[in-house]
Write a protein that binds this ligand. Sequence first.
Ligand SMILES: *[C@@H]1O[C@H](CO)[C@@H](O)[C@H](O)[C@H]1NC(C)=O
Ligand SMILES: *[C@@H]1O[C@H](CO)[C@@H](O)[C@H](O)[C@H]1NC(C)=O
Ligand SMILES: *[C@@H]1O[C@H](CO)[C@@H](O)[C@H](O)[C@H]1NC(C)=O
Length: 336
Amino acid sequence: MKWISVALGLALAAPSQAYLRFGCATLSVQRLDPLVEPGKVPSAHVHQIVGGNAFNATMDPKIDIGNKATCTTCSFTEDLSNYWTAVMYFKARNGSYHRVPQYPNALLGNLVGGMTVYYLQQDFNTNKQKVTSFKPGFRMTVGSPTSTKDGNPGLRYTCLQDVMTRFPETADFPKSPCPAGIMAIHHFPACWDGKNLDSPNHQDHMYSTGKGGFVAAGACPSSHPVRMPQVALETMWNTTMFNDKSLWPADGSQPFVWSYDDSKGYGTHADYVFGWKGDALQRTMDSTPLLSNGLKTQSVAEANKCNVKSSVNEPIDGCELMGLFLCCDNSRRNMN
Ligand SMILES: *[C@@H]1O[C@H](CO)[C@@H](O)[C@H](O)[C@H]1NC(C)=O
Ligand SMILES: *[C@@H]1O[C@H](CO)[C@@H](O)[C@H](O)[C@H]1NC(C)=O
Ligand SMILES: *[C@@H]1O[C@H](CO)[C@@H](O)[C@H](O)[C@H]1NC(C)=O
């Protein structure tokens, strides 16, 4: 239970800190996207998912996953939400793809893979304003796999010199080998229109006034007046086994791609489906310090035990492996 006392210890040491930070282990890695492509098995590209075990292909917004899920990979047991991003692959010179393993935040214990999740009030230190919890059925995305340029200061990469590196951040994939891997950072928008739990593009009901990093966000606009927790994700990708430059493309470009074959990285995106139990998140956001309301925690072993089996019968670790990417067929052709 050492990791919990570490996490709580940090929060208690600085009571003005207005954020929750916790680890969630990997729940599943598979080609499903219940938010953007509900019911489609398989979806267009591979995702890595953390959180509650009510995750499946459909996830009807009328079903409250906070009531439905029976376990979570997150350290706070009342958080049965789901969070997911694309998966990173190394693209070899011969065109084959190799899935990059994930590793957990060094501060949060020996979780299997997964992500670090943040719920911030406005930044790391401001907790004076009213923050309204998401409601059952709420969902949103940030970023878009079709983006080809930097459009959002909340979507960033850090080239990890060691497991604790946090700066500088870049909008695209690091261009040189990173000694401890690559961290992908996703800040979701935090201003809500006050009406819609979702919108056709999963983004219009929300508005971002974030300025990147964990600095104070601007005021919410009148179109989206309700301040919600600012959800952020950090994913650590262990690229170190691919750091030998002789494996990199001959033109010196970097070899990592997202599972929709984006080698620049501007298409980085993430998905969120709210699923906290009852009013646990609201109670937490209302209390100072945030953890004084006694959220329930579980051990690393328990978090690691929660899993969802893939509904898609296919290999995901590389791309001899039909269908993962459009370019899969090309790489097969090259090999034949
Ligand atoms: C997903 O879960 C919901 C609620 O548990 C269930 O009604 C539905 O049948 C499931 N869908 C699939 C494709 O498993
Ligand atoms: C392609 O290159 C990768 C990495 O160098 C290697 O692991 C793999 O076996 C190669 N595949 C073929 C079909 O040559
Ligand atoms: C990354 O992978 C390398 C090679 O497999 C391993 O030695 C190292 O411990 C991993 N790093 C972390 C932080 O898990």
